[in-house]
Design a protein around this ligand. Structure first.
Ligand SMILES: *Cc1c(COP(=O)(O)O)cnc(C)c1O
Length: 463
């Protein structure tokens, strides 16, 4: 497939080296299993299906843009994480990745716990019937109302994030006649992203209390003194979209070192350690995520080894995957609108959504893949940039992608791995109506979060 055969394709070497992509894929109709939800296939008519239902049918029934979530994949991933860690550890799904009542029920049925980090997430969790003791409450600036509500509900743990919060939570718990189970979130001087991690001396960020300069040790000292608190452990979360376990290794070592210091100073062995979330998923064929059982094995070995050498009993481990559970289970379905070939550069393909349903590309330069899903094509590859309909030139969904050169308005294209941090970060920019989330399972599809309507917009506008 020579590039010059495709007039809309790239011509200049400098354009080619500017992007994130490598060579065009050999088969544009192929679906890489790594990036698509478990039941996604292309049927004999060339139409992509999820749970056996054609995307063209889904588009007719639910409209576009829309997120389609493979429920069986979600449940299977929950089970894989729960099984991998077994009885000696707890898996908390990070609700901020995507939360709805249906998700809360699935988590409950599959035996997972839940992290929330706002009053709204807590309300959703409780409303859907998650037992409070299976909820952990996070956040660097929890309001007094949020803390009161969490303590009253009886959440299993509050993760303390600052010196002020230690006092605030203790005070609120005492005023309710309770002793609140808490962990202290520490920053271990490790920052991990994707394929690398950086060990830093100081943490220049808003979360947690630094291990450096004895700050975390001081936080433990204060928490242990307060009657309203039951300090159960130390928490550390080092980053996101991580593939390299080396960052967790450093983090676990430093947290265990703190546990040893706490034992030496106070004569108590804190029974729990939480290593956070951040485990990576495949957004493109170039990503190679690890399986939950490999991650569980690696983390458990690290903690066990470090504790042995510090002479501590191994604490109960917890982890908090969000993206790794929900991310791969959904794709966003768009209809192709205008197509604009820019001579010698690339072709801009506009879809009926954009940064309002997926802000990650604009926000973090995230990479995604995309495929034509309503039909197959024999046309050659065309270098495209998939963009939205918003009034921002940074409104990019997929920065660099090859799509068939005969792509036309009305075609359906889908962006896989949009289950995490897409609907949960969606906005109403340009008064866009936030898309629905449709759960697909064994031949059935049902809306679990409905599409926003213009009435919804006007209802908030009370001026
Ligand atoms: C965001 C977050 C997570 C989940 O991160 P993922 O990348 O979705 O796995 C877990 N724990 C804490 C404290 C977080 O802030």
């Amino acid at each position: 497939m020579s590039r010059s055969a495709h007039p809309a394709g790239p011509r200049h070497a400098d354009v080619l080296t500017e992007g994130h992509y490598s060579a065009p894929p050999t088969d544009l109709n192929a679906l890489d299993k790594k990036v698509w939800a478990r039941t996604v296939r292309r049927n004999d008519d060339g139409v992509v299906t999820v749970g056996g239902i054609e995307v063209s049918r889904l588009a007719e029934e639910f409209g576009t843009p829309a997120y389609f979530l493979d429920e069986s994949d979600f449940r299977a991933r929950c089970r894989a994480w729960a099984d991998a860690f077994g009885q000696d550890a707890d898996v908390f799904y990070a609700g901020k990745a995507f939360l709805s009542r249906a998700v809360v029920r699935w988590l409950q049925e599959e035996g997972l716990n839940l992290d929330v980090c706002s009053g709204g997430e807590l309300t959703t969790a409780l409303d859907a019937g998650m037992p409070a003791e299976r909820i952990a409450f996070h956040g660097n600036n929890k309001s007094a109302e949020e803390i009161e509500k969490a303590v009253r509900a009886g959440v299993g743990r509050i993760v303390l994030d600052s010196f002020q919060e230690i006092v605030r939570v203790a005070h609120i718990a005492q005023s309710q006649g309770k002793r609140q189970r808490v962990q202290i979130r520490v920053t271990v001087g490790v920052e991990a992203h994707t394929h690398e991690f950086i060990a830093t001396a100081h943490e220049d960020q808003k979360f947690g209390i630094a291990l450096a300069d004895g700050q975390a040790a001081e936080a433990v000292r204060r928490a242990l003194r307060l009657d309203g608190l039951e300090l159960i452990g130390i928490h550390s979360h080092i980053g996101s979209q991580i593939f390299d376990m080396a960052g967790f290794e450093v983090s676990a070592r430093r947290v265990v070192q703190l546990l040893a210091e706490v034992r030496d100073e106070h004569g108590v062995e804190l029974p729990e350690i939480d290593l956070g979330g951040g485990l990576g998923i495949a957004y493109t064929s170039e990503d190679d995520p690890r399986e939950p059982h490999e991650i569980a094995k690696a983390l458990t070995e690290i903690v066990t080894r470090e504790c042995e050498s510090a002479g501590l009993a191994t604490p109960r481990i917890s982890v908090e995957p969000g993206r790794a559970i929900v991310g791969p289970t959904a794709f966003t379905l768009y209809e192709v609108g205008t197509i604009k070939p820019l001579e010698g550069l690339r072709t801009y393909v506009s879809v009926d959504g954009g940064m309002s349903d997926n802000i990650r590309t604009a926000l973090y330069d995230a990479e995604y893949s995309v495929a034509l899903v309503s039909r197959t094509s024999d046309a050659g590859p065309m270098l495209t940039r998939v963009v939205g309909k918003h009034c921002e030139s940074g409104d990019i969904v997929v920065r660099d992608a090859f799509l068939p050169a005969d792509l036309a308005p009305g075609d359906l294209i889908a962006v896989p791995a949009t289950g995490a941090y897409c609907r949960s970060m969606a906005s109403n920019y340009n008064h866009a109506l936030r898309p629905p989330v449709v759960a697909v399972n064994e031949g059935g599809a049902r809306v679990i979060v409905r599409r926003e309507t213009e009435e919804d917009l006007l209802r908030l506008d009370v001026g």
